[in-house]
Design a protein around this ligand. Sequence first.
Ligand SMILES: Nc1ncnc2c1ncn2[C@@H]1O[C@H](COP(=O)(O)OP(=O)(O)O)[C@@H](O)[C@H]1O
Length: 673
Amino acid sequence: MQADVPADRAGAQAEAQPVKGREQAGYKEGTSRGTVRGQPGRGRQQPGRPGPAVRCGMRSPELPVPPPAAAPRARPGRGRTRTSESGSASLSLRPALPGQAGPRAGEERAEPRSPPPEGRRGLRAQTSPAPIDGTAPARAGGLGLGGRAGTADGSCLRPGPDPGKGCCPSYQDQNLPPTQLASFPIIRPALQDLASSRWHWADQPPPNHGRGCLYGLVFDAGSTHTSLYIYRWPADKENDTGIVSQVEACSVAGPGISSYADDPAGAGAGLKPCLDRAMKIVPAEQQRETPTYLGATAGMRLLREENSTKAEQVLAEVSKAIGAYPVDFRGARILTGSEEGSFGWITVNYLLETLVKFSFAEKWAHPQDTEVLGALDLGGASTQITFQPGVPVEDRNTSVFFRLYGTDYSLYSHSYLCYGQSQALKMLLAALHQASSRAQISHPCYPKGYKETITVAELYNSPCVRAPSSARPGLVLTVTGTGDTDTCHAAVQRLFDFSCGAQGPCGFNGVYQPPVRGHFFAFSGFYHSLHFLNLTGGQSLSLVNATIRKICNSSWKQVQELFPTASRTQIRDACTASSYTLTLLLQGYKFNVTTWPNIHFIRQVANTDVGWTLGYMLNLTNMIPSEPPPAVVGLLRSIWIAATVLLAIMLLLSSCLLTATCCQRDSSGYEQL
Ligand SMILES: Nc1ncnc2c1ncn2[C@@H]1O[C@H](COP(=O)(O)OP(=O)(O)O)[C@@H](O)[C@H]1O
């Protein structure tokens, strides 16, 4: 369903034609927009207008998805569980059409898995259990058990008549050393470079003279919640990189928009407080040119699988709500799993300036000898892994190509639907229920002494779990925690099929994956589940194992004492979530004791949340063009001064020469006379 978009915007969007390019995969070495540094506004794309170029592409959605390595496992219920979101979805890195849903073909339906082989090793503590202090003060850098919302720069939140004054932070202000990462020695040099380059900008004239700042708004409509990210960048540096900062992340009250399937208007109404907040931040005269997007992720992908009409209704309602505000609304759509992974990867590498960097020669350039980082995202309903494997990606369904700032990137990316944290925990409970086939469920990952009830209807309310045909929806199930680490780990492992078969290296459920390579940022649920146990500070794998083991063996009373301020659900899920996270990383994505230190659990870099939204906006506003702007960009001021002096000298010399010639001619004339 198309969203309501004014005709003038439709025109702009129509410029963004799908581009045929290399390998017919929607890839184009796009044209840069020719922004000339020092001449603000000239040659610059109008803010809020999509860039002309499509810069990358992915496999066509029609490509077949490889069959699972293992034989299907019969599971009762209605239909198949979706477990894999293949990169076969066309990743259209171009302005989204309003209300356009992402291609469905990318949503690979899950194939049932075979039971994992017997005797698979569980998670084992390799050292004696370490004390857990979930209430310990946050490490340097201020990482804490935080809410989703945060104000990066409170001083800039007031609307003002003059957006150019006090609106954009100065470059000094932007030089916010991402101290969250200070404990990661490998990453630190890159961050020091980042900081130094920002100091370098500080030498430049203030960026916000003239047009002030530009803003962009992106709603992350996740399966568990929705957030509005408000971004800002200096207007005269629109085509530059590394300068977009997050002003605020506004958390929408209530669950994710997919929960409003039976009340679509409620999904739209819920967005209004955050839109009102944005209208207070973005100066009134700039609101109409502020590009605004809503991207929905796995929750909506699942709803679309279940009932596409309801999914469209929800999208239509959120579009209507956003369209009522005076912004340049560019549409609400459902991202494919591959887009989610790829935009997360762009965000990570943009924030670390591994794609393009401001050099000492005062030019933006692709940094030499800089390794890009991989991205690991754990949502509520899906998880993504995206990295540059350094070897050809053998499965075209998981292959992603980017050309960014004149450099080609060949990535591996895959999204597993239903393997986000909330849905995985639901699958675990359903499996335990089906194993018990009674109204009593013993949950080995819940603390001893914990008890709750849940109806069959509540348990089986997702396409990721299938109700047994005999299950009565109204039946009340009693779930009792047994706090048994080994049984818990075994149950978590049974959610996966780790066997790769003959087809080569894989992740899980028979999905091809080359061996992990280089450093990774692990964010969203990966960060939150381990941060709760204070395990995001570069702890060794043995300590992580020992800590999780200890928490999983604790009683309900003990964990309540350990986490006095946490919610009941957080405490209940501490063991399950961390066990699941570790299993996914180690057995699923195949990290090991050697590569474990290469995973950096992170929530923010330089006060900007790490997630897909920033990469999405950067792409749709063409802020990382496929080719660098023309070479005239970034000429040194000293060169201009030298050129002016040289010109003056040349003019002086020419006039001297002219005078001398005239004099000579005059004297020769006399001679003739
Ligand atoms: N402040 C937080 N504390 C704990 N967990 C969080 C927090 N913020 C996000 N999460 C977790 O991060 C994930 C975000 O998922 P979400 O974006 O809603 O899902 P998806 O990307 O699958 O649609 C969820 O697993 C959620 O529980």
